[in-house]
Design a protein around this ligand. Structure first.
Ligand code: NAD
Length: 439
């Protein structure tokens, strides 16, 4: 475990970046220092209690938060999580990282994050709907198409966004001042039938594969069929990463879910693996090549073993804090692409870097998701609906340019990819604050 809370981590990173950036602001040092000070805390933290009627007629209270970190570059943007472990500090830290994630790809948003302390599995569908609507009433005018645009996160989904957008529209009709633009543009990650975007499902995984492709070019890796990849987590992000990497000829040798994984030396077939998991429930029973699924084609691995496999690329796509000082010395991959949020903790990363292992940070590697949310918002505001190829054609240059820019900066300044990413992102935000004259 990291010795720091996520908020401490976000602040330490900001202080490190400030040390790198300060000499770019000659004559403006005082304003720069003020900007850094402001960026260490969200501009606004909404906190309160949601009163929700349970099916048995009783009322239950749930703690709720929305952290709005910075909107110098555009409206706040970030998910809402429903989880019993949500804390104010966690939501604040996640909103800080969202600011950097939006800035690094250049999409015109700032960072936000929301959360409710709840175990949604303990609620009925009706209770979940009432909770979702109560959360929107709690935020009211604090969210909106030009102010703050939430999206799904842990344990929230398209249905929850649909309830939320519906509630926000009702609220907007009560306060006509809110009804100046399409209310659907207030939330992203909506179902397709209610203003969602084609391509959103696969965007995070695919965005990560665009990064992989650029990395392979930068490292002069010639033969894709020889590049081996292990992926921890085979949910939305892990599956789509595997699907698009496989399509492009990379060799996926291991995947896992919460119950363990499989290793197939000659490369596995993501489609067959997914179909087999759906049938058997466990990925560890599913070693599938292009021909068939057969228990003799591969071997079972634990999640801990998967991380330590001798592969070229390791893709943690499940949870935070899975690579730490304890297992980092045993990691053999040449590159770690952080598709989950925060899978490598600071102590773990220091060891990986010492060993010469490249780490592509989450705010760059998994930015394909929020970028496609941005495309959803643009479509809602314009009242249009793009087909999937149109959406994906827009995603590719965005991810490629962001990666190339960070790669070049890291080479030029001899920075880790994480420090290069944060310094590019923080600079963009500070420049916007200076231009506005807000510092
Ligand atoms: P998901 O729920 O669809 O999939 C999670 C996967 O991780 C599942 O296969 C699950 O079995 C597996 N898993 C759970 N516990 C595990 C454990 N202890 N060990 C190994 N595997 C375990 O979630 P997702 O949407 O794919 O998100 C995965 C990560 O990516 C999260 O960190 C999320 O915050 C991040 N992320 C997701 C998106 C997105 O668009 N979905 C965007 C940015 C970041």
């Amino acid at each position: 475990m990291s010795t720091q809370t996520p908020l401490d981590q976000a602040r330490t990173q900001l202080a490190q970046v400030a040390a790198v950036l300060r000499d770019k602001y000659v004559g403006e040092e005082a304003r720069f220092d003020t900007a850094i000070e402001l960026l260490s805390t969200p501009q606004m933290l909404h906190q309160g209690e949601l009163e929700v009627q349970m099916d048995n007629g009783s009322t239950k209270k749930f703690k709720a938060f929305r952290s709005q970190h910075n909107n110098a570059r555009g409206p706040f943007k970030g998910g809402i999580r429903f989880h019993h472990g949500v804390t104010k500090e966690e939501v604040m830290a996640l909103s800080i990282w969202m600011t950097w994630k939006c800035a690094v790809t250049g999409i015109p948003y700032g960072g936000g994050k929301g959360g409710v302390v709840v175990n949604p599995k303990e609620l009925s569908t009706k209770e979940l709907e009432r909770l979702s609507r109560a959360y929107v009433r709690f935020l009211g005018e604090a969210v909106g198409p030009w102010t703050d645009i939430p999206a799904p996160d842990v344990n929230t989904n398209g249905q929850i966004m649909a309830w939320m957008v519906d509630e926000w529209q009702k609220l907007a009709q009560e306060k006509t001042s809110l009804l100046q633009v399409n209310p659907l543009a207030t939330f992203t990650g909506k179902p397709l039938a209610l203003g969602g975007s084609e391509g959103r499902d696969e965007a995070t995984g695919l965005g990560g594969v665009y990064v992989l492709e650029e990395l392979a070019k930068a490292l002069n890796w010639q033969r894709k069929q020889d590049i081996t990849i292990a992926i921890q987590g085979f949910g939305n992000v892990g599956y789509w990463f595997a699907h698009h990497a496989d399509l492009r000829g990379y060799k996926i040798v291991a995947v896992s879910d919460s119950q363990g994984g499989i290793y197939v030396e000659n490369g596995l077939n993501p489609e067959k693996t997914l179909a087999c998991k759906k049938q058997n429930g466990k990925i560890s029973e599913c070693p599938c090549t292009d021909e068939k699924c057969d228990i003799t084609l591969g071997k079972k691995v634990t999640n801990a073993e998967l991380l330590e496999l001798n592969v070229d690329v390791l893709v943690p796509a499940a949870l935070e804090n899975v690579i730490t000082a304890e297992n980092a010395p045993q990691i053999k991959a040449k590159v770690v692409i952080e598709m989950a949020n925060g899978p490598v903790n600071p102590e773990g990363e220091a060891i990986l870097l010492q060993k010469g292992i490249l780490v592509v940070p989450d705010v760059l590697a998994n930015a394909g998701g929020v970028s496609t949310s941005y495309f959803e918002w643009v479509q809602n505001l314009a009242g249009v609906s793009w087909d999937k190829p149109t959406v994906l054609e827009k995603l590719q240059p965005l991810m490629v340019m962001a990666f190339k820019d960070i790669w070049e900066l890291a080479q030029e300044k001899n920075l880790s990819l994480r420090m290069a990413t944060y310094s590019r992102a923080v600079k963009r935000v500070i420049d916007a604050m200076l231009l506005r004259g807000s510092v």
